[in-house]
Design a protein. Sequence first.
Length: 362
Amino acid sequence: MQGLTLAGVLNYWRHLPVNGKVEAPDGVVMLLSVRDDWDGGAALIARLKAQTARFRLLIATSGNCAAAEALVAREGDWVQIVRAGVAVDEGQKVHKLRAALRALQAEDRYLVFVDADIEPPARLVGRLLFPLVRGKADIVTGYRLLLPEAHWQAALVGAVEMQLATLPRAASATMPWGGAMALTREVAERLDLDAALAGRLSDDMAIGLAGWKAKLRLRPVRDLLVASPLEARGAIGFGVRQYRHIVTNSMGMWLVATLVVTAQALGWVWAIGWGGLAALAVGYGAAATRALVRRRILAGVLEPKQVRAARRSLWWDVVAPFAVCWAHLGMQLMAACSRRIRWGGIDYWVKRGKVVRMERVK
């Protein structure tokens, strides 16, 4: 079992692009949903300006984001705003993205979706567009790589997420991540994206499942592990929420993932309780080797400062790999205990991906 996990990480590293090719076509629009308390994202905007591909930035708000209004006033030559209002029967982020889709212009040919909390590299847009322009994919995605604060809880959740981030992904089994995702206008119309998102809470799960149903080609870009800071406060809740999105959209997907992690968790129970020193040596040897390989992966896709933050998660897999596995399983099981998801100051109750009830947190 430890050999399989090590082989998976080695496979990811082996197929990591060395010189990632980019494209910079005309007609690119980036959709960014922000909350009312968004601070304007000075660092994010600077990174977006440094992109190798040009695009129009379409910021989706509820209509009460002062920082977004100020940004548009300053940068109106390439930044526009959509004021969506407040959702009543769907996720607020989904509500804003649907409004942005309805505001697309005739010349918008490529749609790029990003989150406000990422630290995108300059090649992000160009790398996402490359498979689309070359006709190699219908939906293209990067993946989140958490940069945990210097706190044990954040580092532990980061270690769990890194297990997922460095898994080898087949194009036929990829689920897009809404923090860095792209598709063509043609695909959006083919999926009737506005209708596919209607009433949903998770934008990326809705798009991914619609893409699977339509038998589209979903392609991950391995060298786009996009840095996303993680605060210690609420780190465990973040991990549970991610799996609760899966539970409420696809119980089968959650079940497969949970069975795999359960097998690994039970393996560690056996190794610690009955396997003896030989079993522990195998487990720790594989864990240390995985950490070394992941260190090489981080160095190939992140900036030096980001690498130093991401390495905090590697120590968990070296010192206590069993704890990472058990924490992973714990988050999966906690996710299945409720259909309520607290996100952005709102409690949502979700059934089969649809919001059936929502209440603002007081």
